[in-house]
Design a protein around this ligand. Structure first.
Ligand code: NAI
Ligand code: MG
Length: 506
């Protein structure tokens, strides 16, 4: 096993603004007011770089969810929000994006502290992308259009009709957010819900509630009317479950594990609420021997798995390399893994921080243990780093077998399984051999082969000669057990509107 670079444990200081936020009481947002939970209970939030508690947050439960849903229902049915002009709504959503940019540094610090991700990444990716999503969705607010439809009504000869469709908000939407991109995932969910005129009850992940709470302050500052968005922090099994089971919630949008996705499907059956689910992945990253530039492709393969410590639903966790270049690619990815600078997210030169929680540390090291016991080879990493915080070394696994746990299951850590393949014919069944279908990538300079392969990969996103390219305009979501529906782009608006057909006899 190759030695991994030592972890730097000393952390840079927070800015005064972020310190002040951290020291302020963290309550829940109901009807524009910051209030304690009904039970008065709070829960701890930990710094993943040290394992130390850094804040207490109001702990929402069923009663708080009930209050939030009532507020959302009342705001939706009785306030001016639904009847606000699209232009006015768009301007508020745009302003949310502006305020995120105005507070970029503070949000990046809080995100890095809470999740563990490098501040350098939060600054250029998480926070600006969240702002961009609101800016993009602000433009859609004025473009939620129906159509006029020439109808025939064959059983009414001679009759004439004027028929058209309207796109209406669904109503009260519950949104459940994961911890891997806390602010960005809140933006992905809130942006389209607001652009289409819904009211929202948002539950951030219990591991990372800080930026959602700060965002709640910015929503009010942007002029969003009270009650349009309520934010109820709390645990999944309590607050989350209450939201998904609530009979007055019209739709739930969820990002998280496939396991919880299935629980939500069951919970939603009570009132048949609409669902969008963005779930797990085990995405194939396919490298043919005719790559345009091997170094670029190797960088791409390393980025595909190590970005955000592998805590990405679309992580390129199964790397398939055509056998002629397999050894060289594995050596290249391994060399990159060994050079990654590990440390607390807040350090400006950290390239990979800790995993988000003790639970994730246990999960990921559990997968590594199973890899060892099933006979896989760790070409790099393969272990926890240090005794403090939740650091795991970037890991490259070789000599795997198709039925090993590390090959089949989502690890959600910086762990890639590299496998050789023989030919273009062989790769499709291998790449598609997964219960998931979120993303995939292809590396080749043969354009026809790239497009042919892209067509046959069962995945909601296919990247060709790139990886982890996201844009507010590009729909994202999964085939198979990676989920239902799409986020972002024009596509997501369909998931937040009902179509009403109106027919007038002339
Ligand atoms: P999770 O699916 O339990 O948590 C995600 C969100 O769902 C959190 O806000 C949580 O509070 C909520 N939740 C949990 N149980 C719920 C329930 N019964 N009803 C309603 N909401 C509930 O994910 P967890 O336990 O944090 O991570 C486990 C694994 O899930 C990870 O190792 C990873 O494989 C996967 N995951 C995938 C994500 C993605 O982006 N697709 C994000 C987070 C986790
Ligand atoms: Mg869970």
């Amino acid at each position: 096993m190759v030695a991994t670079a030592p972890v730097e444990f000393e952390s840079a200081e927070l800015s005064q603004k972020a310190k002040d936020f951290l020291a302020s009481p963290k309550k829940m947002l109901l009807n524009g007011q910051w209030v304690e939970s009904a039970s008065g209970k709070t829960f701890p939030v930990y710094n993943p770089a040290t394992g130390e508690e850094m804040a207490q947050v109001a702990e929402g439960d069923k009663e708080d969810i009930d209050r939030a849903v009532k507020i959302a229902r009342n705001t939706f049915e009785n306030s001016g929000w639904r009847w606000m002009t699209p232009s006015e709504r768009g301007r508020i959503i745009w302003r949310i994006g502006d305020l995120i940019l105005e507070n970029l540094e503070e949000l990046a610090e809080l995100e890095s502290l809470d999740n563990g991700k490098p501040i350098s990444v939060a600054r250029v990716a998480d926070v600006p992308l969240a702002a961009d999503l609101f800016h993009y969705m602000a433009g859609w607010a004025t473009k939620i259009e129906g159509t006029t439809i020439p109808i025939s009504v064959i059983y009414a000869p001679g009759a004439r009709f004027h028929a058209y469709t309207k796109r209406e908000p669904i109503g009260v939407v519950g949104q459940i957010i994961p911890w891997n991109f806390p602010l960005l995932m809140a933006a992905w969910k809130l942006g389209p819900a607001l652009a289409t005129g819904n009211c929202v009850v948002l539950k951030p992940a219990e591991q990372t509630p800080l930026t959602a709470l700060r965002l709640g302050e910015l929503l009010a500052e942007a002029g969003l009317p009270d009650g349009v968005v309520s934010i109820v922090p709390g645990y999944g099994e309590t607050a989350g479950a209450a939201l998904t089971a609530h009979s007055d919630v019209d739709k739930v949008a969820f990002t998280g594990s496939t396991e919880v996705g299935k629980l939500i499907v069951q919970a939603a059956a009570g009132n048949l609420k609409k669902l969008t689910l963005e779930l797990g992945g085990k995405s194939p990253n396919v490298m043919f021997k005719d790559v345009a530039d091997l170094e670029t492709a190797i960088d791409g393969a390393a980025n595909a798995i190590f970005f955000n410590h592998g805590q990405c639903c679309c992580a390129g966790s199964r790397l398939f390399v055509e056998e002629d270049i397999y050894e060289e690619v594995v050596a290249g990815v391994t060399a990159r893994a060994d050079k990654i600078k590990m440390g607390p997210g807040l350090n400006p030169d950290t390239e990979m921080g800790p995993l988000v929680s003790q639970e994730q540390l246990d999960r990921v090291t559990g997968f590594l243990d199973s890899g060892y016991s099933e006979g896989a080879c760790m070409a790099s990493g393969g272990k926890r780093l240090g005794e403090r915080g939740y650091f795991v070394a970037p890991t490259v696994i070789t000599q795997s077998k198709p039925d090993m746990k590390v090959v089949r299951e989502e690890i959600f850590g910086p762990v890639v399984v590299a496998e050789p393949f023989k030919s273009a014919d062989e790769i499709l069944p291998l790449a598609n051999d997964s219960e998931y279908g979120l993303a995939a990538a292809i590396w080749t300079k043969d354009i026809a082969k790239a497009h042919r392969t892209a067509e046959l990969l069962k995945a909601g996103t296919v990247w060709i000669n790139c990886y982890n390219v996201f844009d507010s305009a590009l729909p994202f979501g999964g085939y198979k057990q990676s989920g239902w529906g799409r986020e972002m782009g024009k596509e997501v608006l369909d998931n937040y509107t009902e179509t009403k057909a109106v027919c007038v006899a002339l």
